[in-house]
Design a protein around this ligand. Sequence first.
Ligand code: PHE
Length: 445
Amino acid sequence: MHGERFGRMGFILASAGSAIGLGNIWKFPYMTGENGGGAFVVIYLLTITFIGLSLFLAEVVMGRLSRSDAVSAFEVLAPSHANLWKYSGFMIFTGMLILAFYTIVIGWIFKYIYISTFALPSSVKEAGASFGGMVTTETIPQIFFFTLAFALTFWIVSKGVKKGIEKVNVILMPLLIIILLVLFAYAMSLDGFSKAVTFLFSPDFSKVQSTSILAAVGHAFFTLSLGMGTIMAYAASMPKHENIVKASFMVAFLDTAVALTAGIVIFTFIFHFGAEPSQGPGLVFISLPPLFYQLGLMGNIISVLFFTALAFAGITSAVSIVEPTVMYMTNRFKMSRKKALITLGSIVYVFGILALMSNIETLKGYATFFGKGFFDILDFTSSSILLPLGGMVIAIFVGFVIDRTRLYGLLKPFMNDMLFKLWYFSIKYITPIGVFIVMVNKLFF
Ligand code: PHE
């Protein structure tokens, strides 16, 4: 049903490109900072191992067995009631919501590459005012940078799985890793390094609250791109003989390694200059630029490198958010890739402009619904409702609906019986129950 396949390493690179995104470099550090450091990291690592990895493999299994988009995968793989299970494919719409605000943030990052070169703020206060000012007053520049990020993303996807997505990942992912390693090497020479390592790796469980546990579980999901058919869509394009278990481990490992490296680099700077680790979402935009400023020209260079790495990470993830929906539209409605992208792109663009307007003081009124700004509505609906719901449905479907022997047949060449049993238990019970608890807590408490 689905034609184009990745080349060797293409799946691993593209999935790693999807997983490694703003979630790793922007979100993980600020969440760690807000949740007290080491203990949060331990919980995050445990969640990735016991819930994230199982679900990742479950999505790969569904993509690999069905070789199709998320809606058809449920239909094809359900032994009965296919017409009901297909509604689980609602998850292919989640991407439109995520993409609208994700590309706005990539737009901010583009602007910060420019700021890094010419206009680094000299104090945290100035940086706060400039970041806040950009988000709440600068309509035209924000639209410009958003449009740039949006156009770049759709242009890459329009080139197809191999020539577009794979190629971009083959180039950008190694570059991102190199930039991070350069930054890491530099960080090692600073005084803040050992403090950063202690902060991240010596857990103090007295600082952990139940909200930190919930945040870690939710983030494990977002960071591995789970719950919206992205990994399923990429797995549908996997070459036949690829070792799917090894590939899944590899992606989870790379994703975690990048988050931890980014965390060490960022906290080294924070501690080196005596700044506050718990700054919230502004951490990379507000607290890093003034720190870079103090380093003179070297700071400009590091800052450009840092925001470029962040932009690369964002673009490869944005591309992966588009693909499942495009795959669905071309499969289902026999649309050309171009037509699918134009249809989808128009919706995302309108959502994006509305989301952007909802942050602008003078335009807020036009983009606020039920008392909430559109940007927040998109973020909340996707991260707190749709992604966890998608993940839960996938876990239940793979754990209870797909025949066990079929799963065993596919996975047996790549894992021993013990590991298979562990995975099966996790996907049947630990994952759906874990995700359910997180969702209920996030929504009602
Ligand atoms: N995993 C990406 C990140 O960490 C975000 C993402 C979510 C990408 C869902 C695809 C699907 O930034």
